[in-house]
Design a protein around this ligand. Structure first.
Ligand code: NAD
Length: 451
């Protein structure tokens, strides 16, 4: 196993020069990153096509464009975010002033997954740079072409002692985790999230864990069904369902179930055509292991849409399965693929109780026009974030911190959230030396008063 202590030592030494703390340095680093990404756009698109069969449209709208927008927003706001913030001082502290200084942690370790392999490695890096840290990125081994371009982009513009990319799989991750870093930002599965937290605990290193889970999608009886079907089909099947915040399963009110499913079928046709397997832009499943895991789910329930597959190209049609219960294998874990199981309900209370019996989801989507239903769901169910009358869209707003809760994660990022995640808030009280108020001292004459 490779030893990364030297790399971390070099980054720590670089950090101690304080150069990464200058705002002009951070801004320049972000600008360089933006220019390098722009000049590698074509190479990135080719790599994403080769690793996951992502179309140019998907590659731009869900990977490159998202990152460029995050850089633009960060550059625009960085000066304001990084200023010491003056806060109130209580009367008991008369004569003093209070400030909060955001300061970088030092060396940040970023471990990324394969499903949005570019975006999920670089978006956290933007936060790490903005806050003034050095960083090591470990991209996913399952998307080797994209990981190589990430390494090329970073190596071309930054010295290794500032930002480094380490390529490799579990062994590499494990070796990196054995060293003490100052912050760990991990995106991936719940099981590996626990391993990361255990490793971080040994050095009391703070973590952000962006994990997964089963995200419910509820369609109530009063929802606008055609629109709901279109927005659900888009959010679920983009990237062939390999999206951490994709609707994992549908909860349909039994009064609208059939009508909704009719609209869903129409929406799928509109998005992917009659024969999605022949649609050259439909993303494939990342590996044979995942392909076999997913096709295993087709044994239970009744397939009512899709179900065809092309094992040679690891492609599986957008598939909807009816007659599913919580006991079926597909309901035991996050699906992470283009299969959408359908459950139905009669009373909202039923599903509020059922969802709460399971780990807290990363996202929840609710389609309804009814204000009471909205507030009942939002008040009763804890989840990372989500949308009312849409899917996935909350992810792309820099004003909404993105992250999970409970099993779906710890911490959040995007926009100022990313800057805050990679910053320690250092509180400083400036005391006056012009006078000294005696209240705080014991009432003494000639030494400590004896009681
Ligand atoms: P994963 O947990 O298998 O791997 C993620 C990263 O961890 C990879 O870089 C991998 O090399 C490394 N890793 C794997 N096993 C390890 C181990 N034993 N020790 C140390 N490092 C290890 O996840 P994945 O399959 O790449 O991604 C899919 C998962 O990620 C899904 O569960 C999905 O929900 C989740 N995800 C979450 C978000 C989010 O923002 N919350 C985004 C995308 C994906």
């Amino acid at each position: 196993m490779e030893n990364y202590s030297l790399l971390i030592k070099r980054q720590r030494a670089y950090f101690r020069t304080n150069c990464t703390k200058d705002i002009s340095f951070r801004l320049e680093a972000l600008q360089k990153l933006r220019t390098a990404i722009r000049s590698h756009e074509k190479a990135l698109m080719n790599a994403l096509k080769s690793d996951l069969n992502k179309s140019e449209f998907d590659s731009y709208s869900t990977e490159i464009g998202v990152v460029l927008e995050e850089i633009r927003y960060t550059i625009k706001h960085l000066k304001g975010w990084s200023k010491p913030q003056r806060v109130k001082t209580p009367l008991t502290h008369i004569g003093s002033r209070s400030f909060i200084y955001p300061e970088p942690y030092g060396v940040a370790l970023i471990i990324a997954p394969w499903n949005y392999p570019f975006q999920l490695a670089i978006a956290p890096l933007i936060g790490a740079i903005a806050a003034g840290n050095c960083a090591i990125i470990k991209p996913s081994e399952l998307t080797p072409k994209t990981s190589e371009i990430i390494a090329k982009i970073i190596n071309d513009i930054f010295p290794e002692e500032y930002i480094a990319v380490v390529l490799g799989g579990i062994e590499t991750s494990t070796a990196l985790l054995q060293e003490k870093s100052d912050y760990i930002f991990f995106t991936g599965s719940v099981a590996v999230g626990k391993i990361i937290m255990e490793a971080a605990a040994k050095n009391l290193t703070p973590v952000t864990l962006e994990l997964g889970g089963k995200s419910p999608c509820i369609v109530h009886e009063d929802a606008k069904l055609k629109l709901a079907a279109k927005r659900i089909a888009w959010g679920k099947f983009m990237n062939a369902g390999q999206t951490c915040i994709a609707p994992d399963y549908l909860y349909l009110h039994n009064r609208i179930k059939n009508e909704f499913l009719f609209h869903l079928k129409e929406a799928l046709k509109e998005l992917y055509g009659e024969k999605p397997l022949q649609n050259e832009h439909f993303t494939h499943i990342v590996s044979e292991k995942h392909f076999n895991r997913l096709t295993g789910f087709l044994k239970n329930g009744t397939i009512i849409m899709g179900g065809n597959m092309d094992p040679d190209h690891l492609k599986l049609e957008p598939t909807v399965i009816n007659n599913i219960s919580w006991n079926d294998p597909i309901m035991q874990d996050e699906i992470f693929g283009p299969i959408l199981p359908v459950l139905e309900y009669n009373q909202l209370d039923q599903i509020l109780e059922e969802i709460q019996k399971h780990p807290k989801p990363l996202s929840l989507y609710l389609f309804t026009e009814n204000e009471t239903v909205k507030s009942d769901v939002l008040r009763n169910i804890s989840f990372g974030g989500g949308c009312v009358n849409d899917t996935v869209y909350h992810f792309a707003s820099p004003y909404l911190p993105f992250g999970g809760v409970g099993n779906s994660g710890i911490g959040a990022y995007h926009g100022k959230g990313s800057f805050d995640t990679f910053s320690h808030q250092k509180s400083i009280l400036y005391q006056t030396t012009l006078f000294d108020i005696p209240f705080r001292y014991p009432n003494v004459k000639n030494g400590l008063k004896k009681i």
